[in-house]
Ligand binder design. Structure first.
Ligand code: NAP
Length: 484
């Protein structure tokens, strides 16, 4: 437990297993780094395979009683968790800035968004329904029950340390499942603080277990090999997602996968450019560009490309860059590897013939800073359009027709989200249907909403989080053939 990291918030640093805070046996500890300085701010217990299996034991021990707990009571516990999170918005936001680097305004927004998953699933807990039909033969009824799927392994990324955890814990608990949460090693503190908060909200011991570990592969293999574990919900890169799908296949574990994105943002020639630039700024710069939903490729009609690029360049150049806690608009990237990757993609695009409108060089000195960058005239085959940039860089590509825009937008293995800007709603809806994406922002740069089904098609994922759909992922349907 550390008291001095964030004023007014006690931040646990051990493993949370069966309601107790415990060290990692012979697993040792690992450092958590502040991306604004590159210096350690805390060390955290490094869970081992044995610790992971102890988490599964704890989740198993609590499973039957939690599944039997009245939905209303599960809902009220989640509601208390929403209230506690909301009361502690400032402290949790500051903690996230410390370990992730994001700007304070982004961190506050994330705490509110993350807490909403507890509120939404507090309300959904009492709304799970089954079905009753008459068999076509008329001889019997087809009764369909929804039951908790069982113990769930939840693996989360570093870019939204609170929201990616609550987006899984909320529906899992509402459905009556117990969980083992493995947070990203860059940002374990927020997950540990959430474990403590959930206990305070009244979540019984063993229902939520939190296992920071740098041995992610070993820990995930051991947990997924345990036949008691019936669900994997993973948010992270497509590459790691593919390997986890392989592991989960061994015990035929149900998988929900929220993977990488490479979002196109299409600006048609009839778009309101004020709306398009504002939308592009949100779609690109929310969380400093470190979002799976970040607009990675801006396709702009040739007739408005110069004007759009000029306005976008001005808006990007106007953002302040600095430590998140100092109220900068853009904080550091998460680590040096992220800065190196962004620098490499920008350099390759410039080699291909792109022009730098603003930014384009990593910031020298302490911390992992990269400035807001706009590239124009990016050739459609440039590598920066094929990989997730995961940083504050907006490549602009010109197109001439709706068909060309759709073809370019769909030319990727990803399919998480796409954005379209046009004044013609019918044209925008036709394009929304043609885009290969699980979500579309039409004249809007943000799609995330706890009440909406979030998720991707193609190699961006399987299943949906949020909305009513998000809770179904933690249930199995059971059909009873009844005669009366
Ligand atoms: P990542 O490298 O795939 O890591 C995600 C999580 O998986 C972390 O907890 C990580 O633990 C763990 N992990 C890494 N290797 C593993 C393995 N072999 N077996 C089991 N677990 C393993 O992704 P990231 O860099 O943290 O996050 C960025 C990615 O997440 C981007 O691709 C982004 O698009 C995606 N993302 C998607 C969504 C969505 O909703 N679709 C939302 C947010 C982010 P360690 O930290 O200990 O390695």
């Amino acid at each position: 437990m550390i008291d001095d990291l964030v004023t007014g918030l006690r931040v646990p640093t051990d493993l949370y297993v069966g309601g107790a805070w415990v060290g990692a046996g012979d697993g040792g500890r690992f450092d958590v780094i502040d991306p604004a300085t590159g210096l350690p701010i805390a060390d955290v217990a490094n869970g081992t395979v044995e610790d992971a299996l102890r988490c599964v034991d704890a989740a198993d021990g609590a499973a039957a009683a939690w599944a039997r707990t009245a939905p209303r009571e599960r809902g009220e516990i989640l509601r208390r968790a929403f209230e506690l999170m909301t009361e502690r918005t400032e402290q949790l936001a500051e903690l996230m800035v410390r370990e992730n680097g994001k700007a304070l305004a982004d961190a506050r927004g994330e705490v509110r968004y993350a807490a909403e998953f507890f509120r939404w699933y507090a309300e959904e807990a009492v709304r799970l329904s089954g079905e009753l039909r008459t068999a076509p033969a008329g001889t019997n009824r087809i009764m369909v029950l929804r039951q908790p799927i069982g113990i769930a392994l939840l693996i989360t990324p570093w870019n939204f340390p609170a929201a990616m955890a609550t987006r899984k814990i909320g529906p899992a608990l509402a459905a009556g499942c117990t969980v083992v949460l493995k947070p990203a090693s860059e940002t374990p503190l927020t997950a540990l603080a959430l474990g403590a908060l959930l206990s305070e909200a009244g979540v019984p011991d063993g229902v939520v277990n939190v296992l920071p570990s740098r041995r992610s592969g070993d820990v995930a293999s051991a947990v997924l090999a345990d036949p008691r574990v019936r669900k994997l919900s993973f948010t992270g890169s497509t590459e790691v997602g593919r390997s986890l799908l392989g592991l989960a296949a061994q015990q035929v574990v149900s998988c929900s996968m929220e993977l990488g994105g490479n979002a196109p943002l299409v600006v048609l020639e009839d778009a309101d450019l004020d709306v398009a630039v504002e939308g592009a700024m949100l779609a690109k710069m929310r969380n400093g560009g470190e979002a799976c939903t970040a607009a990675n490729r801006m396709y702009v009609h040739r007739a408005v490309a110069d004007e759009f690029t000029r306005r976008l360049g001005e808006a990007m150049a106007g953002l302040s860059v600095g430590p998140g806690l100092e109220d900068a608009a853009v904080g550091p990237l998460v680590n040096q590897a992220a800065v190196d990757k962004v620098s490499e993609l920008v350099a390759a695009a410039v080699d291909d013939g792109a022009r730098v409108v603003t930014g384009g060089e990593a910031v020298e000195g302490r911390g992992f800073f990269y400035p807001p960058t706009v590239l124009s005239d990016v050739p459609p085959t440039s590598r920066i359009l094929e990989e997730e940039i995961f940083g504050p860089v907006a490549p602009v590509v010109r197109f001439d027709s709706d068909e060309e825009a759709v073809r370019l937008a769909n030319r990727t293995e990803y399919g998480l989200v796409a954005y379209v800007f046009t004044r013609d709603l019918a044209r925008g809806l036709r394009m929304s249907e043609a885009l290969e994406a699980g979500m579309v922002g039409l004249n809007r740069g943000v799609v995330s909403d706890p009440a909406a089904p979030f998720g991707g098609v193609k190699q961006s994922g399987l299943g949906r989080e949020g909305g009513h759909e998000g809770m179904l992922e933690y249930t199995e349907s059971k059909y009873v053939a009844v005669e009366w």
